[in-house]
Design a binder for this molecule. Structure first.
Ligand code: PLP
Length: 837
């Protein structure tokens, strides 16, 4: 493969252009002041946001050469590339991460200090890029970080929502949603618009079949009646202190009218403006549903928009280098589908290859099924996507035809293997009895690899949800346990711990997290344990400050910080936590115990705006908190705070300042969890059920260092049929008292009846989450936690072991496994050409 001439010619020029960008204090200061004064026209007393922006531009400049070198090196290497297709990338802030990757944190800190500023204040002015709901979106961001660090040629494709995850505000205990204007001050400093790679996305219309005059071949033409432009914005993803800068390409919708001004002059001004708004609405807002499908037409438009733009982009690139020869396409490209959200990629790639490139169906299907890989993220039935045939016929008529064709060929294969098994054919069909397309089945049929995200989850997929498919294609199935990136979730989130680790075990753990195991040598080192505690205490003060800032509540960093932060959902069982808190409150009031472990329970998370029960849980937490926190008899023994607007940057402070990590979902419901891993890495101890990755966390840290309670996944399913909450309450005096307090209106004196629905769901024999079934076991387990917390040395040791044994939960390990088992990419060393003298 050759470098195009212009690339070679400009090489020297580019090097000259970059020569002024040193990483020393003087050059960094010059860049920073240049942007601040000369580009943005501000000064050092301007709001911190401008200092942040000037600094980010200075940093971004220093990523540009590596970014370009990475493009060229990938191009020259000519090796296989992977594309991570995801509707969500929950990035959070990027400044500190990029400073770390470039190894310029210290000089930048010095520069700011000399200018009378602090790096922390400037960092805090960055808004979170909240282009995701929770775990699934954050996972995509961690994956991107690890791929760049491992020098894997992986590109992310997503959507540039104008409004990301809503901001949560609390009014009288109720969640209010405010739009998140993360792009307000102009643009996002980390992105670069690449309008030259704009694509046209077709929608609607009908299809027509005709015979090609020369060959007599049947060709289908899609007569679409609408077009929308997809404009790419590229975000650099810097590897940790290597030369790699990978690309996250986010598509933004624009109207063709913007580029076609003649329409305006043709007198249809109003229609043109309306059409423009309709086009732009596609990437206007992220759907704020987590673990729930929305079923909205606009959501399907978003999904197709992402898939079509990304595939067109990749095919365009392929054809520039290979012409219309697709025979080696599947050796050079692989797509990872982050849940079923981008599963239309299976159909769109068929359409592009068959209709536009005129490949035979079988050849196209071979390419599709050798390049698509699907990751499942949930077993919850309410989260499984289906789209009605009628909607597809209206929006994507050609795609519906292709789905029917895929389905008829697939079902023929099923009938061949299980002759006469009509029920199995029905169960496996891509179309359900209500004439809706099952997107998970489409992804399963179209992919060569299907994976779950923790051992337990993958097993439950094979044995339950995807059982029929597993019987047909056992070799497609595999597990890839999730992880988190240690750069953000340890080094950035916990700078003091990072320094302590550097001093004691060196810095190898930054790219090989298993090296944290060396910490075990220090387990009996008094001095080391002392410093461990000091750092944890410092981090708890930071968290207490965050709580004070956001709620006005003062909490005491000496008490146990018991934390549950994650999306609010019944399956995650924030209610079980609340029941325990009410139980502790009742004990303080009625038992007046002498031995007591003071604790502050912190709960945070957003409820989907349409999820009434989740919103009611937030209200309940606030009402219980009001009663407890204002009772002078309770004092420091128990505090409850709801921390509003939980997001990535809040989690960075939270996970470092937590003693006890609550991972208490109904067993069999949480696919993996990743919050659990962030806490563990930072030395929190977990109280949890045998669910998702908790199982593997407990194995890694060993059972005596994990607080386990509750039913197993199998027991949950067995006991479901005979579950009688009334009998559980009758047999447990503590629970009886808790339920009485709830029912009697103790926490809603002046708001009668508002928690009736909560009580009804807890006491229903059909409660899918079986919350009361785990109450006793949870309370007993919490007693052991409280006991251990009074033994400072024992707690410290357990905390240290949690960090030391968290090495497996790095996304570096996860990405290596994806690469070894699914992608088969060769890491690419990025070549930096020498500067000409
Ligand atoms: C890690 C993370 C999550 C996922 O948390 P779980 O406890 O695994 O559900 C959700 N939201 C944010 C902001 C996170 O950082």
């Amino acid at each position: 493969m050759v470098i195009p001439d212009f690339e070679r010619e400009t090489e020297t020029v580019v090097r000259k252009a970059l020569k002024c960008l040193g990483n020393d204090e003087e050059s960094l200061e010059a860049s920073f002041l240049h942007y601040l004064y000369n580009t943005f026209g501000r000064h050092l007393q301007s709001p911190h946001y401008y200092l942040f922006k000037a600094l980010s531009y200075s940093v971004r400049d220093r990523l540009m050469a590596r970014w370009r070198d990475t493009w060229l090196s990938h191009y020259q290497a000519g090796t296989k590339k992977a594309y991570y297709l995801s509707m969500e990338f929950l990035i959070g802030r990027s400044l500190l991460n990029n400073l770390l990757s470039l190894d310029v944190e210290d000089p930048v800190r010095q520069v700011l200090y000399r200018l009378g500023q602090t790096l922390e204040e400037v960092e805090n002015a960055e808004r979170d890029a909240g282009l995701g709901n929770g775990g699934l979106g954050r996972l995509a961001a961690c994956f991107m970080d690890s791929c760049a660090t491992l020098q894997l040629p992986v590109m992310g494709y997503g959507l540039r929502y104008k409004y990301g995850m809503f901001r949560q505000r609390i009014q009288n205990g109720y969640q209010m949603e405010d739009p998140d204007p993360w792009l307000r001050h102009g643009e996002y400093p980390w992105e670069v618009q690449r309008a030259d790679y704009t694509c046209v996305i077709p929608f609607g219309g009908c299809t027509r079949m005709y015979k090609e005059p020369h060959s007599g071949r049947l060709i289908v033409h899609w007569d679409h009646d609408e077009e929308v432009l997809a404009v790419p914005y590229d975000v650099p993803i810097a590897g940790y202190q290597n030369q790699t800068v990978n690309t996250l390409r986010l598509w933004s919708a624009a109207s063709v009218e913007d580029f076609n001004l003649s329409e305006f002059n043709a007198g249809s001004y109003y229609e043109a403006v309306a059409e423009k708004n309709e086009a732009e609405s596609i990437t206007m807002v992220l759907y704020p549903n987590d673990a729930n499908e929305s079923g909205k037409e606009l959501r399907l438009r978003q999904q197709y928009f992402l898939v079509s733009a990304s595939l067109q982009d990749i095919l365009k690139h392929w054809k520039r280098n290979h012409g219309a020869d697709f025979s080696n396409f599947s050796e050079s490209n692989v797509f990872q589908l982050n849940d079923t959200h981008p599963s239309l990629a299976v159909v769109e790639l068929m359409r592009l290859l068959v209709d536009d490139e005129h490949l035979e169906w079988d050849e196209a299907w071979r390419i599709v099924t050798q390049t698509m890989a699907y990751t499942n993220h949930t077993l919850l039935p309410e989260a499984l996507e289906t789209w009605s045939v009628s909607l597809l016929r209206r929006m994507l008529p050609r795609h519906l035809e292709i789905i029917y064709e895929i389905n008829s060929r697939f079902l023929a294969e099923v009938s061949m293997k299980w002759p006469g098994d009509e029920q199995r054919v029905q169960r496996m069909s891509l179309i359900d009895p209500n004439d809706r397309v099952r997107m998970a089945h489409l992804a399963l049929v179209g992919s060569f690899s299907v994976n779950g995200v923790a051992e337990l989850h993958s097993r439950l997929l094979r044995e339950g949800l995807f059982r029929d498919f597993y019987q047909l294609w056992p070799d497609k199935f595999n597990n890839k346990t999730n992880g988190v990136t240690p750069r953000r979730w340890l080094a950035c989130a916990n700078p003091q711990l990072r320094e302590l680790l550097f001093e004691t075990i060196g810095d190898g753990w930054m790219t090989d997290l298993s090296q944290l195991a060396r910490l075990e040598d220090y387990i009996d080192d008094q001095g080391f344990c002392q410093r461990w505690r000091q750092i944890r205490h410092h981090n708890k003060k930071r968290l207490a400050e965050l709580v004070h800032q956001r709620t006005g509540i003062v909490i005491n960093p000496e008490v146990m910080f018991d934390v549950q932060v994650k999306r609010i959902h019944e399956y995650k069982r924030q209610l079980l936590n609340v029941l325990h808190i009410i139980h502790l409150y009742a004990r303080i009031k009625f038992e007046r115990p002498i031995h007591w472990t003071n604790r502050c329970v912190i709960i945070g998370g957003k409820a989907a705006p349409g999820y009434a029960m989740a919103k009611k849980i937030i209200k309940l937490i606030h009402n219980v908190a009001n009663v407890i926190n204002n009772d002078p008899e309770v004092g420091d023994r128990l505090k409850l705070v709801f921390l509003p607007d939980y997001n990535v940057s809040a989690m960075e402070v939270i996970c470092a300042g937590t003693d006890l990590s609550e991972q208490i979902s109904t067993a069999g419901k949480e696919a993996s969890g990743t919050g659990n891993m962030k806490f563990m890495m930072n030395g929190a101890i977990t109280i949890g059920t045998l669910d998702g990755a908790n199982v593997e966390i407990r194995e890694a840290v060993s059972e005596e260092n994990f607080f386990l309670f509750g039913l197993h996944a199998e027991e949950v399913e067995q006991q479901r049929k005979t579950y009688r909450p009334a009998a559980v309450i009758a047999g447990d005096d503590d629970l009886k008292l808790v339920m009485q307090l709830l029912k009697s209106g103790h926490f809603n004196r002046f708001e009668r009846g508002i928690f009736d629905d909560v009580v009804a769901s807890l006491t229903s024999p059909h409660d899918p989450w079986m919350t009361l079934a785990d109450f006793r076991s949870y309370v007993e387990c919490q007693k052991r936690v409280a006991e251990l917390f009074t033994d400072e040395a024992a707690w410290t040791k357990m905390s240290l072991l949690n960090t030391a044994r968290s090495g497996r939960f790095s996304t570096d390990r996860t990405m290596r496994e994806y690469n070894d088992d699914i992608w088969r990419l060769t890491p690419v060393e990025v070549q930096t050409e020498q500067l000409p003298d």
